[in-house]
Write a protein that binds this ligand. Structure first.
Ligand code: NAI
Ligand code: ENO
Length: 309
């Protein structure tokens, strides 16, 4: 692949899994792009300096964004509004501002009011990640062949969207655009509710293991292990997801509970046909996902879960 980089200078605010993966992917594709970074904790800034995926790590967000033509907010959702206010006076004319938050309407509500008229705000969400956090968790291929959804509001400069799409394509991902509220409902089904269910299942097993003296861990089968991987995800990030995508998540969890009761009843009544029909339908969904090429399992590097706060 060839082609000029769509941005000269990318500023990464927050230096965790997503930002570090972006830096590795951008560098692999366009080594000439200048990458500056900032994170709240000094420990993270120093780790990032050691790893070396930024050209310069600054001690303030304002310094990191100075002169950047792309600024990426890659922090937990609850921190985005305050950071946007902090960087707003320092953003360059015609800069593109994006974020990578897992919820979109709340980010638009928190960040939007601070965006100066000379800046193009294009909210985004890479549908790629792992349960690991911090600057050491990133890797260049994280976004390969994954979706990266954009939710710009009406009237945003199409050229700004195109430049961001070109950067995302250079990192190996595919882009699509949708309205923020729709994004949040889709993600409540495909990601947010499943994460909450995994957290719950591991919580249940934790209570049970006190009774069975850790047999739950000893004989942990693949299904439960998948849940424990998901339930090891960053607590701050996921707290913010549920607090900011409240309505959609509660809607989906309500439906989930209803279905669960129906299945519970089928088990109680010995209704094997109901169970078999239900599992046949869900199997078809799984096959559909595999055929669509979306089953890229998250890699496990066996790293410590949390590197930074
Ligand atoms: N982890 C995942 O699998 C995915 C996460 N996302 C989204 O990406 C965003 C970042 O997530 P990760 O990279 O996984 O998180 P992370 O926990 O690996 O990194 C977050 C970074 O933000 C910094 N930070 C936290 N509060 C800050 C503040 N007030 N000011 C400045 N820096 C601050 C931390 O120091 C850390 O460097 C979140 O909004 C999350 O919803 C999107 C897709 C996947
Ligand atoms: O690790 C996993 O299985 C994930 O589901 C990663 C993930 C987490 C949050 C997102 O908003 C997008 C992707």
């Amino acid at each position: 692949m060839s082609g000029e980089a769509p941005f000269r200078h990318v500023a990464l605010i927050g230096l965790g899994l997503i930002a570090s993966s972006m830096a590795h992917a951008i560098r692999a594709r366009w080594p000439e792009v200048r990458i500056t970074g900032y994170a709240r904790s000094e420990a993270t800034r120093n780790q990032t300096r050691e790893i070396g995926f930024c050209d310069a790590v600054m001690d303030s967000a304002a310094e990191a964004v100075a002169g950047a033509d792309l600024v990426v907010l890659a922090v937990p959702i609850g921190a985005m509004g305050e950071l946007a206010a902090e960087i707003a006076p320092h953003l360059a004319p015609d800069a593109v501002l994006t974020d990578v938050g897992s919820v979109k309407q709340a980010v638009i509500d928190a960040v939007g009011p601070h965006v100066p008229t000379h800046v193009h705000f294009v909210p985004g969400h890479p549908l790629a990640g792992t349960e690991h956090s911090g600057p050491r968790a990133g890797f260049a291929s994280l976004f390969q062949n994954r979706w990266w959804l954009l939710t710009p509001e009406e009237g945003v400069d199409p050229a700004a969207i195109e430049r961001l799409q070109a950067l995302i394509a250079g990192m190996g991902a595919k882009t699509d655009q949708m309205e923020a509220g729709h994004h949040d409902l889709v993600l409540a089904v495909t990601s947010h509710a499943p994460h909450l269910i995994a957290y719950t299942m591991v919580g249940v097993a934790d209570h049970l293991s006190r009774v069975t003296e850790s047999e739950v861990i000893q004989y942990s089968a693949a299904g439960f292990r998948d849940f424990t991987r998901i339930a090891a995800s960053d607590p701050t990030m996921w707290r913010d997801v549920f607090l900011t995508n409240r309505e959609a998540t509660l809607d989906i969890l309500g439906r989930f509970t209803e279905e669960l009761f129906v299945l519970q009843r089928a088990i109680r009544m010995g209704d094997g046909k109901h169970l078999h029909d239900y599992f046949t339908r869900t199997r078809a969904i799984r096959r559909g996902i595999i055929e669509a090429g979306q089953d890229t399992a998250a890699p496990d590097f066996g790293r410590a879960a949390k590197q930074d706060g």
